[in-house]
Design a protein around this ligand. Structure first.
Ligand code: CU
Length: 261
């Protein structure tokens, strides 16, 4: 009766763990997330990029489980009727550009996406609505959210460098596409895009920007370290019991440590 022995062990751990039991399910949830430890929720407020005549706003969050990222973006107040390219930018300075970093485009002070790259870095992931999410899809205009307001949620695979940037607070969410001249459509007021001359600069210029930070809605602080990695095996009933037992043991160990101090 291996299962009952396990169950008894788990129950015993629960009984001993006492008040720390309540933490066990949270620790289990994190343990199933790929075993890297650390935060799994990252979030930010999306603010208008200066000099680009944007009045919209939004929020963004990423829940990481290993290399799986569930990305959620809510944006509003943008130019309607056009696609809004959006990306996770990485390897810059992990921040949004300030007005002083704007350039002059077609004689007008504005922030092109290149102007902003010193601050937010290059494209790590294209947050498309379907298909490829690599930098290759940076301007896949038929696969980005459309309209003045949108809700975007997609679970995608992200590369190791993107995960690393997110974890060190060096990833920035940027939503592109601006109405610089208030015309209600994309025009050539800023000339052609330096990224793709077939597109107007306003289509690729950054509209909203937010630097991801650990924490946020639904955030769980893990703090359990690598021990849970070995617990990320099957999700059968027996496996679940093992996970609970393992988490309880972790809680117990932490408690012992606390007692020893
Ligand atoms: Cu971008």
């Amino acid at each position: 009766m291996i299962v009952s022995k396990t169950a008894i062990t788990a129950l015993a751990v629960m009984a001993v763990a006492g008040t720390t039991l309540a933490l066990a399910p949270l620790a289990v949830a994190d343990g199933m997330g790929g075993g890297r430890g650390g935060e799994r929720m990252f979030s930010t407020t999306l603010n208008p990029v200066p000099t680009n005549n944007v009045t919209g706003s939004g929020t963004a969050s990423i829940e990481l489980e290993g290399n799986e990222a569930t990305v959620t973006i809510n944006a509003s107040g943008l130019l309607g009727g056009v696609p809004h390219a959006q990306h996770i930018h990485i390897d810059g300075m992990g921040r949004c550009p300030t007005a002083s970093e704007a350039g002059t485009h077609n004689g007008k002070t504005s922030m092109s996406t290149s102007d902003g790259m010193k601050a937010y870095g290059m494209i790590g992931t294209s947050l498309t609505t379907s298909g490829d999410t690599t930098p290759t899809s940076a301007l896949a205009v038929t696969r980005f959210p459309m309209g003045s307001s949108f809700h975007y949620s997609r679970t995608i695979h992200v590369t190791d460098d993107v995960v690393a940037s997110i974890r060190k607070n060096n990833a920035v969410i940027v939503v592109h596409g601006i109405d610089y001249d208030g015309s209600g459509k994309f025009t050539n007021v800023l000339g052609a895009s330096e990224l793709d001359p077939k597109l107007p600069q306003v289509a690729t210029a950054p509209a909203l920007c937010g630097a991801l930070q650990a924490g946020g809605k639904g955030g769980i602080h893990a703090g359990a370290g690598g021990s849970q990695e070995q617990l990320t095996t099957g999700l059968t009933a027996a496996g679940a019991v093992l996970l609970i037992g393992g988490a309880g043991a972790l809680a117990l160990r932490r408690r012992k440590t606390a007692d020893a101090v």
